[in-house]
Design a binder for this molecule. Sequence first.
Ligand SMILES: Cc1cc2nc3c(=O)[nH]c(=O)nc-3n(C[C@H](O)[C@H](O)[C@H](O)COP(=O)(O)O)c2cc1C
Length: 307
Amino acid sequence: MLAPMEGVVDHTMRDMLTFFGGIDRCVTEFIRVTDTLLPRRTFYRLCPELMQGCKTANGTPIYLQLLGSDPQAMADNAARAAELGALGIDLNFGCPAKTVNNSDGGAALLRTPDRIYKVVQAVRQATPGHIPVTSKMRLGFNDTALALENALACNDAGSAELVVHARTKTDGYKPPAYWEQLPALKEAINIPLIANGEIWNPNDHQRCMSVSGCMDVMIGRGLVANPGLAAQIKQLRAPLQWPEIIPLLIRFQQHSVENYESRYSANRLKQWLSYLERNYLEAERLFTIIKPIKSGNDVLKVLQNHH
Ligand SMILES: Cc1cc2nc3c(=O)[nH]c(=O)nc-3n(C[C@H](O)[C@H](O)[C@H](O)COP(=O)(O)O)c2cc1C
């Protein structure tokens, strides 16, 4: 599965990363829920694919992610997402951002498993039965003491699956991910456990499966850094060569120019290149060329000539 990444994996990026195959499902960036029912346009903005059956261009299903702590508001918004055509609802219990935690969402809930239970239960009850409700959590807030209770809360309240990013909120994104913590959770719950964190190549994937005992994984940064990774893991294709990525970059930039204001669309390509640099020397060279360019259209021209 392709992990949700706020500010990185929007609908354009979902299209790009599912292009080479191997990804079974995507999750949107989180939709932040406070105490109100959000307007429909918020859902369409975060997930324009709702207008095309909630699937990417190549047919990969998408779940909508909600973040919040008020069970009633979460339930109301989940019902609205379902009514608009969401193929699944994912609940975020892992976001470490200060602004989110201060307003009591994301990883903040990991300190109180009963509140996680109430959110999952309310969302499950408000969502039609055929639409899966899934949860995504970290191992804990400051430590892992409540990992099991939190996993059980998701399980018992009716989650269909549980993704665990194998780090605490305090660990942030600092390697390693503690995959060895996952078997105990997997043993305790009776829904599929999906491992997440620090899978950058097929070798990491193998190690993660054997250490965690999980059959499925969710990958975020590793897929942005190598759009062929899922296909490679599934042995659908050989590692992507740089010339195969260029047309993707051009399409990405065309979409960005159409959908975002100029300055932002220039920065989005720079952001993607900085992930790709991890695997491709050429990305570093291209980054150096476009770094001073401020307009999205000018970036597009450079890319097309580069081609
Ligand atoms: C820039 C960024 C944005 C993220 N946004 C979200 C989000 O909106 N919802 C969520 O559940 N996780 C979010 N995450 C966490 C990822 O989904 C994932 O759990 C984490 O990056 C670890 O997986 P990885 O090592 O494969 O990237 C975000 C991570 C990053 C780096």
